[in-house]
Design a binder for this molecule. Sequence first.
Ligand SMILES: *[C@@H]1O[C@H](CO)[C@@H](O)[C@H](O)[C@H]1NC(C)=O
Ligand SMILES: *[C@@H]1O[C@H](CO)[C@@H](O)[C@H](O)[C@H]1NC(C)=O
Ligand SMILES: *[C@@H]1O[C@H](CO)[C@@H](O)[C@H](O)[C@H]1NC(C)=O
Ligand SMILES: *[C@@H]1O[C@H](CO)[C@@H](O)[C@H](O)[C@H]1NC(C)=O
Length: 464
Amino acid sequence: MAGQNPKQTSTHYHHHVAALAFPFGTHAGPLLSLVLRLAAAAPNTTFSFITTSKANSSLFSPTSEASGFRNVKTYNVSDGLPEGFVPTGHPEQPIGFFLKEAPANFRNAMKEAEAGIGLRIGCLVTDAFFWFAGDMAEEMKVPWVPLWTAGPRSLYVHVATDLIRQRVLGTSGNGEIKTLEFLPGFSKVEVADLPEGVVSGNLESPISTLLHKMGQELPKAAAVALNSFEEAEPEVVNALKSRFQNFFNVGPFNLASPSPPLLEDETGCLEWLDKHKPASVAYISFGSVVRPPPHELEAFAQALIESGFPFIWSFRGNADDILPKGFDDKSSLNGKIVSWAPQVQVLGHASVGVFVTHCGWNSTLESIVGGVPMIGRPFFGDQKMNMRTIESIWGIGVGIEGGILTKHGAIKALELILKGKEGNEMRQKIRVLKNLAQSAVEGDGSSTKAFNSLVEIVTKHEGI
Ligand SMILES: *[C@@H]1O[C@H](CO)[C@@H](O)[C@H](O)[C@H]1NC(C)=O
Ligand SMILES: *[C@@H]1O[C@H](CO)[C@@H](O)[C@H](O)[C@H]1NC(C)=O
Ligand SMILES: *[C@@H]1O[C@H](CO)[C@@H](O)[C@H](O)[C@H]1NC(C)=O
Ligand SMILES: *[C@@H]1O[C@H](CO)[C@@H](O)[C@H](O)[C@H]1NC(C)=O
């Protein structure tokens, strides 16, 4: 009956790629961005995007960009949660349940996708967290292409974990080692900046084990992709190139995507920014995963009130939770507290002079692309190392004094960047990085070339 329902028959497609997404945190979004770019570049390939139905429903709304792609289909896998599971609030718990189901749940979904499309899967594109996909790809005799959703420096740390443990924890270490200068490009990075689970904290937790395994398995991959550009950290990129068969920096994603969706400005941020002077406003967002403790939020709000710098604070919650007790004259604030802001456009607005951030990789890249220096309050994972890179390697921001938000520390950092000559120097440095990012995604730029090579690997058999 081929031809009766052309969307579902193989007659239109020559190749089938499965994309396996990690359904927690902000992982699945970047994998979907990459898959949509690949799908646009390879119209004869069909992509089966596989994740939990919960992650699926937050990525694919009927109006989302993804729904316009005829060659991207979604499949779900079980999240492994026991019946009647009540979350304890510990984020690693649901991850543990999910990982117990994997990879069997993915194998089943891939069978379903192969049957549905009528084509065998010819390539596995996965979140790099799924180290087991290397073995799956080997069994299937297809290339494995993992995507690392953070920066090259944190990736290198996971690839070099055995060496780092040996140096820092081994007998030769004796706790004397302060920096990671034995790694290329790491002379300014301190042991204390490492993500937990490398040399500190629980080295055997599900996530530490997963990242350690990942670092050991990634050299098997046909290509490792990430959301960055080579010129951002050339020394670390070269070190990784020597470890991997192919290492493709194909970002920044928000510059490289064919048509980055323009977000609606429901909260009127852009219009409000239009009324302000260049580089005068502080934009504050600590990302969607962590919320700083109440005393830090209040201290930071006090700093804004006392210093009078104009601000936009993107805060999912009640504004009364961050304002100092007894403060009820919101109309006297020289700023806006909004439940959501179109971050990329806000950071791209000339009035924004500083970004107060948790230093997640996405936010860091978005700030570079917007040309906005940062004040960092990192929390976990790669964030401290990103902060170190921002402050000591790129010179485009500062960490908050003492690592936590206090009124005094916040005012000092805001003044430094919004009023001091240091702020202007940082703006100049970040402009250089921004220009490198823009060149990377141009026709003959490094990210464009890397993406074209990636398309070749992913769609090897498309023309057959
Ligand atoms: C897709 O396949 C058709 C034939 O089925 C071919 O004519 C076309 O060139 C292919 N497109 C690409 C981008 O390979
Ligand atoms: C994913 O979400 C979209 C939009 O809500 C829906 O149309 C689709 O059926 C979902 N896919 C799966 C496998 O549940
Ligand atoms: C996956 O989606 C199908 C319908 O598309 C549904 O019947 C099934 O229960 C879902 N499975 C899981 C594990 O969510
Ligand atoms: C990070 O960036 C990617 C690509 O631009 C996007 O798809 C994703 O939604 C972003 N995630 C967050 C948490 O902003």
